[in-house]
Design a protein around this ligand. Sequence first.
Ligand SMILES: [Zn+2]
Length: 164
Amino acid sequence: MKSQRGGLQPIGREQLLQEFVHDSYKAGRKLRQPVRCPDCGAVFENGRWVWATAPAAARAERCPACRRILDKFPAGFVTLKGAFLRQHRDEILHLMRNHEAKESAEHPLQRIMAVVDSGDGVVVTTTDAHLARDLAQALQRAYQGELEFHYSKEDNLLRATWTR
Ligand SMILES: [Zn+2]
């Protein structure tokens, strides 16, 4: 089903990387520095959010990831489906959590928001579209399977579906 404004379109990987610059929860938008997120403790300095000790003068302002968590507004959805998934669910989710831990240790805005069992699979939501893409690609590297990406520019939303 396509909406008048384009809706979710299948796209290639190159385009995917360029499209990510459009983000209303943008990490690099202008903020009076220094800033510290009161929820997760990430610090905004030199134009990016990092894990660091905030200067005493830091203002409190929620980081884009914590804002998405509060708003329940994911930037990425990774839907997992198939018989292999049902047999290896725990192992697969463990791999995704490990991958997230590595990414978020370096990039505070890249986090898994929720893992929800749906009717025919599992949906993992993320605070950042890059992480959704990376998680899906990590699954395919580890277990092969079918991978499909849909990106909506209007909504700045990435949907990845992995089936095996
Ligand atoms: Zn935060």
